[in-house]
Design a protein around this ligand. Structure first.
Ligand code: YH5
Length: 281
């Protein structure tokens, strides 16, 4: 497996060591002023802080996929994410990921300077495959979800958790290749919290390495999620330590991209992990 991800404009991302994807939400629930749209200047300021803290990728999302969250219209999603991407791209050559499932958001985001399409619906929405196929060097994260955000947490069931998720990945990889998307562009993510019980989530974390058999880089996103909160009985603002433990275990078990809210703290954890892996003494 290559540890160098090819990106647009002749750039690359080295994922030999795990890298941090910093979450940049541009949804109304993340606005301090209670307004409808985030000022691109504020998005830019948050982006610069995440990069300074040690993020190698910024993941920009305008659709809330928390369990039970309302659907967002195309118009609103575009109005949230595109000005933010343009503002960041004007100031920085950093790696930008767009967290969306809508083909038109993917395309506008790519034209505005996004390098990675991160899709929790794994390019299953209308025109998504065809759209990203047109942009040769854009990397793609295919995430596994059982069901739809609105209902996915009511009674998730698997015949065989690992076989089912790996089968889904194989099918989506094949769909991508059929659409003309090269294997080398893909990243896989088992999707913590997306149609999984607490037990499923911890089985996945414990044996994260099982998804490496498909030969693609793995992304892990568990920061502040219910698998931390429900296990430890912690509110969202009390989940830092649990999230850091999860990030470390994911890295030890083969995750190459760790998607987190708390970039600075995660960078310290990965720094200590790396010193043991490579040896600095
Ligand atoms: C992911 O795992 N997740 S959006 C609920 C929370 C905290 C955080 C209740 N996009 C993933 O971050 N993309 C999201 O507390 C993602 N992998 C990838 N690739 C949900 C989220 C969250 C939800």
């Amino acid at each position: 497996m290559t540890n160098i991800l090819k990106l647009p404009r002749g750039r690359t991302l080295n994922i030999e060591k795990p890298v941090i994807m910093g979450i940049l939400n541009v949804t109304p629930d993340s606005f301090s002023d209670g307004g409808q749209f985030l000022d691109p200047k504020i998005a830019l300021k948050r982006a610069m802080q995440l990069l300074e803290d040690g993020a190698q990728i910024l993941d920009i999302g305008g659709e809330s996929t928390r369990p039970g969250a309302p659907d967002v219209s195309l118009k609103d999603e575009l109005a949230r994410v595109i000005p933010a991407i343009k503002a960041i791209r004007e100031y920085s050559d950093c790696v930008i990921s767009i967290d969306t499932s809508k083909a038109q958001v993917m395309e506008q985001a790519i034209l505005a300077g996004a390098d990675i399409v991160n899709d929790v619906r794994a390019l299953q929405e209308i025109n998504a495959l065809e759209t990203v196929a047109q942009y040769e060097d854009v990397a793609i994260c295919l995430m596994h979800m059982q069901g739809q955000p609105r209902s996915m947490q009511c009674a998730p069931h698997y015949d065989n958790l690992f076989a089912d998720i790996n089968m889904f990945f194989s099918e989506r990889i094949k769909a991508c290749e059929t659409a003309g998307i090269k294997f080398e562009r893909l990243i896989l993510d088992p999707g913590f919290g997306f149609g999984k019980t607490l037990s499923h989530n911890y089985q996945i974390l414990a044996k994260f390495d099982d998804f490496n058999k498909l030969g693609l880089p793995l992304l892990a996103g568990l920061s502040r999620k219910s698998m931390i909160g429900n296990l430890l009985n912690r509110e969202t603002n009390e989940r830092l330590a649990g999230s850091l433990a999860g990030a470390l275990i994911a890295a030890q078990n083969g995750a190459k991209i760790i998607r987190v809210h708390d970039v600075k703290e995660t960078a310290d954890v990965l720094g200590v992990y790396q010193a043991c892996e490579k040896g600095i003494a």
